[in-house]
Design a protein around this ligand. Structure first.
Ligand SMILES: Nc1nc2c(ncn2[C@@H]2O[C@H](COP(=O)(O)OP(=O)(O)OP(=O)(O)O)[C@@H](O)[C@H]2O)c(=O)[nH]1
Ligand SMILES: [Mg+2]
Length: 302
């Protein structure tokens, strides 16, 4: 019996649906998803099985024109994920077509060493008429020699089985890289921090989600089988702290409740979650914050 295994990097512009596809492939939520751009900050590995193949999906931050240190570190993490993968899948949004951002990514793909399998997945096909897809497929394949094109809806699950089967057969022969029942390669304390960051992002507006980060400070197992998790939300300004706390602490209470409920479901046990908001004017320039996020601080150097 030959087994196959390898890394599949999902790359694309912010909001293309990379994390949604990762979760769909894994069959569980391992990467946070929001309607806002730049949700994913580091590489998140999710593991899926298909027959005798083990597919390790590498969800990456969206690719865009970086301006700040955090942007640069995120974009570097995404390209690093692509460079290390056996197969790269570029996700684009069906209704947005070939945007400037997609053109820039294609230029980046042309720079990669030859011989890597690069496939195209046109996502969000639920948002367009079928006839527009054929034209887009043709244009994209004229612009870059993709080994294969898939039309999918990561959210609705359309076309996803075909993509999974194809990936399974294209991976190299190899022993499995993770135990068969493992679904993610991310420490629990980081998953817990990401869940809280998702709830903050969903609830807060404008630039604020970008300006904050969440870290799990401590994780204490209790005799009754529950756990106490303490997290810190770092923000850069006093005003941001006020917004997160909300009137009489209402906002943070709601966020904390939503995060705790999801954590309890994920872990299958009772959780006591305590959030503390700290103002730290310079957190976006602090090295430890980047390592906690799973990013390389030096990648942010200009
Ligand atoms: N209509 C539709 N929406 C989708 C589909 N796939 C993803 N979405 C939505 O697109 C938004 C972005 O999805 P994400 O999975 O967070 O996108 P991402 O590429 O990981 O984004 P970043 O992490 O910011 O780079 C969310 O609101 C998803 O629900 C799809 O197939 N159809
Ligand atoms: Mg994402």
């Amino acid at each position: 019996m030959t087994t196959r295994a390898g890394f599949i990097a999902l790359i694309g512009e912010p909001n293309a649906g990379k994390s949604t596809l990762t979760n769909r492939m894994v069959g569980a939520k391992v990467s946070i998803v929001t309607h806002k751009v730049q949700t994913t900050r580091a590489r998140i590995r999710g593991v899926a099985m298909e027959g005798e193949s083990q597919l390790v999906f590498v969800d990456t931050p969206g690719l865009f024109k970086p301006k700040r240190r955090l942007d640069r570190a995120m974009v570097a993490a995404a390209w690093g994920g692509a460079a290390d993968a056996d197969i790269i899948v570029l996700l684009i949004e069906a209704h947005r077509g070939i945007s400037e951002g997609v053109k820039t990514i294609l230029a980046g793909l042309r720079e990669l060493p030859k011989g890597r399998k690069i496939a195209l997945a046109i996502n969000k096909i639920d948002r367009v008429q079928p006839d527009t897809l054929l034209a887009l497929t043709q244009q994209m394949n004229e612009a870059f020699p993709f080994v294969k094109t898939f039309m999918i809806s990561a959210e609705k699950g359309r076309g996803v089985d075909d993509l999974r089967k194809w990936l399974a057969q294209e991976l190299p022969e190899s022993p499995w890289l993770y135990p068969e029942d493992q679904i993610a390669d991310l420490p629990l304390r980081m998953i817990a921090a990401e869940i809280t960051r998702e709830k903050l992002t969903l609830r807060l507006h404008q630039e604020l989600p970008y300006q904050l980060t969440v870290e799990t400070e401590s994780w204490e197992e209790r005799k009754d089988g529950s756990a106490r998790i303490d997290q810190i939300v770092y923000v850069a300004r006093d005003g941001h702290k006020g917004i997160i706390l909300g009137n009489k602490g209402e906002t943070i209470k709601a966020i904390s409740k939503a995060a705790r409920e999801e954590l309890e479901e994920f872990l299958g046990r009772k959780i006591h979650l305590f959030l503390q908001v700290k103002v730290r004017a310079n957190w976006l320039e602090e090295k430890e914050r980047y390592s906690e996020m799973g990013l390389d601080f030096r990648d942010g150097n200009t």
